[in-house]
Design a protein around this ligand. Structure first.
Ligand SMILES: [Zn+2]
Length: 217
């Protein structure tokens, strides 16, 4: 899975990651931005806390390796897309994934949009390419905050996470600093409400929703 910032993986598909792991799949995470640089007053201590949170969430979700590409947080648009793709390509080639989860192309956050574009470019379906499936997840306070007439998130893949919702919530507990109290969109209550909404929409107790970018059978 390829995400812009540490915490996007837990918000967007923490339950799905835990389910893949429970089903015996290996899951690796690539984080494009380091998640701290653009914040005012960010210090090495902030960076350390965020890395510690990411490592704690990694263990809870059962993620194997985490690769940090270290691009500047919320300023990935200051770099040529080619540079970003060229940093991502060798990592994906080494991991040789069959399934890639990444951001929705319409997110408000610029790093999310660029990450999605970089994934689609790095995963061009050339002969012999390992990637057979690419899915876009939703991240609260970015996917639903975009101008909806532009690129609405219209999910057409639902993955049941009834048995993994509690694991997802524990992973997000590790990122407690990134969450806000209700009625903020990025709150634990909203995480659960969204999982229930996506689940009830398809007749299960809890789910995560995705758009299908590519599916090769
Ligand atoms: Zn993010």
């Amino acid at each position: 899975m390829v995400a812009a910032h540490a915490d996007d993986e837990a918000l967007g598909c923490g339950g799905t990651i835990a389910r893949h792991v429970a089903e015996g799949d290996r899951v690796h995470l690539v984080l494009m931005a380091d998640g701290v640089h653009s914040r005012s007053g960010a210090s090495p201590a902030d960076l350390e806390r965020r890395l510690a949170a990411a490592t704690a969430a990694q263990k809870i979700l059962g993620i194997g390796e985490v690769h940090y590409l270290g691009f500047p947080d919320n300023r990935m648009d200051s770099l040529p897309l080619l540079d970003i793709v060229q940093a991502l390509e060798p990592v994906l080639q080494a991991l040789s994934p069959q399934v890639v989860y990444t951001h929705h192309h319409g997110d408000l956050n610029i790093d999310h949009r660029i990450t999605q574009q970089a994934v689609m470019t790095a995963c061009r379906p050339q002969p012999g390419h390992s990637v057979k499936e690419i899915y876009g997840f939703e991240v609260l306070s970015s996917t639903e905050w975009t101008f909806p007439q532009h690129d609405p998130f219209l999910p057409n893949l639902f993955i049941e996470i009834t048995a993994q919702l509690e694991t997802k919530q524990r992973a997000l507990d590790a990122y407690a600093e990134e969450l806000r109290p209700v009625p903020h969109s990025r709150s634990m209550e909203h995480v659960e409400a969204l999982a229930r909404h996506r689940g009830y929409s398809v007749g299960v107790e809890a789910a995560e929703a995705f758009v299908v970018y590519r599916l090769i059978r």
